[in-house]
Design a protein around this ligand. Sequence first.
Ligand SMILES: [Zn+2]
Length: 386
Amino acid sequence: MDNALAELIRISNETGGDPTLVQGGGGNTSVKTADGQYMYIKASGTALKDMNERQGWRRLRLDLARSVVLDKSLAKMPPQRREPEVVNRLLLACDDNIKTVARPSVEAHLHAWLDKCVIHLHPSAAGAYHNAKNGRAKLEKPFKDEPLPPLWVPYTDPGYLLAKRIARLVDRYQGQFGKGPAILFLAKHGLFITERTAAGALRLVRRVISRCNSKLRQPRTGKTRFVSQDRIDEAKACIERAYSDGTGEKATIWYYNNNAIEDFCRQRNAKKMLVGCLTPDELVYANGPAMWVEKCDPQSIARRLRRQIERERKPSVAFLVKGVGLFVAGTEKIAPTVRDIVLYSIFIRTNAHRMGGICILNRRQEDFITNWESEAFRKKLANGQT
Ligand SMILES: [Zn+2]
């Protein structure tokens, strides 16, 4: 096996199993070969933890992947034509013997502009900053001892425009510091780490997360409060009915509770904090934030779901019921991903709120994601492939 592929599997498996770093099929990784000709990258639709020697990756010609960002004709196309064209070109850049339909990660062209090993994650600890109104300024203190400062990337629609913006910012950074950035915080999106070696990249991931966490509020540990089975069953039946009345679809309802959920539900501002969508992933995998349910009344929940649909929003699939816990509507496969997204989201919301306010996606940004992901992501979601 090529050494670059072995490194790719290592960085993917080591980070992909931790839901505080990445949830569902989110995040991606890549490693460039020693001769600088190729780049191994995660395939779209596979989870990082499931990658192995046989599946979950593609090999691309690096010059072709880079040329996508440089192509000026793409910039002029409307997004609905441009994005499928980019996906197509990345597929054409693939040079391996893989006989599957697996596409390279949609962010492959972006990886092509970074150092040899790239780890892109959606860690809740980073999210607390990149989703906070003062997040950028708050990052200065924990990272003041880094040899070079992290690069802050303002929110940009994912896909081609994000790759282009990162290429530009990386070039400018290089001009300023004589070296490309190793740590990139992407507003309302996630974290990129890029290093020469797999070991170095993994070490840097750990350091960045612990630096971020050093200033954050963590949920308390210990036993959760007892919730009677009757109350759980009652709330579950209520959500089940509300979901089917509100959306016209039947779904299995799953119940989760732990310290983080309990902690969040007890906060005075819980309801206020659940307004708006944090990141593309929260929208794609969990249809936005969990719905806050003060009192379990199926009619009023169904009304709220109907209102979301009328406003052309995807109906909530997660429900935080005060004093009971989290309920998720969905298949056995997707429900744990939604739970992980909710845990990620409530951690970010709690901390960003304390930092001065939560940054959410605006309507235009949400609409772009909904349209952009419609082909690739929603299909995966429906099939429970994530
Ligand atoms: Zn991402």
